[in-house]
Design a protein around this ligand. Structure first.
Ligand SMILES: Cc1cc2nc3c(=O)[nH]c(=O)nc-3n(C[C@H](O)[C@H](O)[C@H](O)COP(=O)(O)OP(=O)(O)OC[C@H]3O[C@@H](n4cnc5c(N)ncnc54)[C@H](O)[C@@H]3O)c2cc1C
Length: 284
C-alpha cells in the first residue's frame, strides 16, 4: 500500500520530459493515468525514484478523425473514448472494448497511451490496436518515429519503446465492416482469461478481409494472420469459423495462472473467438 519515496516532476513540454528521462535513465518513469503504475509502486514491484507526470504536456490530448485516419492522443482516457460520438462512428470497436476495461473510476484516469505502452499482456488495447493495424507514434532524444502495433510487443513488459521515448499518439485507418471485442473475465475489472478483437468486411456475401487479435493468451498480444486468412473468401459459415479458431490456437501460448490451466484458456480462447467472429459477421 505504501510506495517508496520518489521525486515528482510536472514538465510543461515534451523537451522537459525527455531531458528528465535522459538525466535519470532507468530511475525515471513517465506517469499517465497512474492506474497500472501506482498499483505496482504500492506493491513495491516498480521502483521509480523519479516520476514524470505527463498531465501538463500539451499535444497529447484529443481524438482527431481526418481523411479516414483516427488519431488518439496518448493521454486520451478510456472514458473519453467511450463518450466520443465521432469515435463511435469511425471505429465502434473502440467503445465496445473500452467498456470492458476496468471500471468507471479507472476509465476516468487510465489512458490509451498508458494502456498500450504498459506492456502487460493483460491490457486489452494492445490486441485491439493490432487488430486495427494501428501505428504507435513515439518521440525521444533522436526525434519522432512510428512503429506498427503488430511489431511493438516483444515480451511481457518489453516493448520496442526505448527508455527515453514517450508514446505521443496512436493512429489507424478507420476500419470498415463488422466488429466485435469479446472478453471472458471472472468479474468486472478483471483482466481477460481470453479476449478476441475481430474486424470483418463483406463483399458479395463473402468475407473480403478479416483481422483477428487475441488478448492475454501469450506474453504479448497475438495478431493471428492465419486466423483472419482462414475466413477470407468464405461465407463465414461454421466450417470457416472452426478453421479460423484452429489457426488462432496455433498462434497463442497461454500459461497457467489463477484464471485457469492452459487447456481451459485454450478452450476459452476458442469460444470467445467464435463468438466475436459471429457477432462481427452479423454487423458486416
Ligand atoms: C482495478 C483495475 C482494473 C483494471 N482492468 C483493466 C482491464 O480489464 N483491461 C485493461 O486493459 N486494463 C485494465 N486496467 C489498467 C488500466 O486500464 C490502466 O489505466 C492502463 O493499463 C494504464 O494506463 P495509465 O494511463 O493508467 O498508465 P500508467 O499507470 O500511468 O502507466 C503505465 C505504464 O506505461 C508507461 N506509460 C504511460 N504512458 C506512457 C506514454 N505516453 N509513453 C510511454 N510510456 C507511458 C508508464 O511509465 C508505466 O510504465 C485496470 C486497472 C485497475 C486499477
Amino acid at each position: 500500500m505504501i510506495p517508496a519515496a520518489f521525486e515528482y516532476y510536472r514538465p510543461t513540454d515534451m523537451a522537459g520530459v525527455i531531458a528528465l528521462l535522459q538525466e535519470h535513465g532507468d530511475d525515471a518513469r513517465v506517469i499517465a493515468g497512474g492506474h497500472s503504475l501506482i498499483p505496482m509502486m504500492k506493491l513495491r514491484m516498480a521502483d521509480v525514484p523519479h516520476l514524470i507526470d505527463l498531465q501538463a504536456i500539451k499535444g497529447l490530448n484529443g481524438i482527431a478523425i481526418t481523411d479516414g485516419t483516427v488519431t488518439i492522443g496518448a493521454m486520451v482516457t478510456q472514458h473519453e473514448i467511450i463518450n466520443s460520438a465521432e469515435m463511435e462512428k469511425a471505429a465502434p470497436i473502440m467503445k465496445e472494448a473500452a467498456l470492458q476495461i476496468a471500471d468507471p473510476q479507472v476509465r476516468y484516469m487510465g489512458t490509451v497511451g498508458g494502456n498500450v505502452a504498459n506492456g502487460d499482456p493483460g491490457n486489452d488495447m494492445p490486441g485491439l490496436m493490432q487488430c486495427l493495424n494501428a501505428q504507435f507514434h513515439l518521440t525521444g532524444p533522436d526525434g519522432d518515429r512510428t512503429v506498427d502495433a503488430r511489431d511493438f510487443y516483444e515480451a511481457a513488459y518489453m516493448t520496442d519503446r526505448e527508455d527515453e521515448e514517450v508514446l505521443t499518439a496512436v493512429s489507424f485507418a478507420a476500419p470498415v465492416g463488422g466488429f466485435a471485442y469479446e472478453k471472458q473475465k471472472r468479474k468486472i475489472g478483471d483482466y481477460a482469461t481470453a479476449a478476441a478483437a475481430v474486424q470483418i468486411s463483406k463483399e458479395g456475401g463473402k468475407v473480403a478481409a478479416a483481422s483477428i487479435a487475441m488478448t492475454n493468451l501469450s506474453d504479448t498480444p497475438v495478431w493471428s494472420d492465419s486466423a483472419g486468412a482462414a475466413l477470407v473468401g468464405t461465407a463465414c459459415d461454421d466450417a470457416a469459423v472452426k478453421a479460423a479458431v484452429t489457426a488462432m490456437l496455433g498462434d497463442i501460448d497461454p500459461t497457467e495462472d489463477n484464471r485457469g490451466p492452459v487447456a481451459f484458456k485454450r478452450h476459452a480462447a476458442g469460444i470467445v473467438l467464435g463468438r466475436a467472429i459471429t457477432r462481427a459477421w452479423s454487423r458486416a
